[in-house]
Design a protein around this ligand. Sequence first.
Ligand SMILES: *[C@@H]1O[C@H](CO)[C@@H](O)[C@H](O)[C@H]1NC(C)=O
Length: 157
Amino acid sequence: MVSVHFQNCIMFHQMAGLSIQSPLTTISVLVFHLVLIPFSGGQSQLIGSSQPIVATIGDDIILPCHLKPAEDVAAKTLEWTRSDLDPRFVYVWRAHQELLDLKNPSYLGRTSFFTDELKHGNISLKLSRVKPADQGRYKCFIPEKEEESFIELVVGK
Ligand SMILES: *[C@@H]1O[C@H](CO)[C@@H](O)[C@H](O)[C@H]1NC(C)=O
């Protein structure tokens, strides 16, 4: 990212016919950075839901979460957690499969990914047979990208 940026700068300077040392160049480097960095798209974002997901006991639901811009995340470590639980792991995906070691037993057999969606950056979680204890604040998280998003689940009676 940084080196690409630096290369862009050099290209920019060559195009503009400026020598690297001139004060004008320093200013143009600054301007270039200020203008371009917000649009250079280095940072992706995890999108959850700003509204709570409302479910009834026994429902099968989807907790939405996707990476924007879309990119294939099937090979990455992906996590769904609830910080109020111990263990906090609701669903962990590692090396192309679910990692069960850390999973909170309350969610055993009730969670899954839409595995065909992972290549589109969609890491929405399917939760089956919702129970009252499922109510809470879920976090979807991609450690490698340091990206996270929170999704609230409300369980009605
Ligand atoms: C992610 O996948 C789920 C399940 O197929 C789907 O309902 C949802 O619309 C998808 N989200 C996006 C952003 O494509």
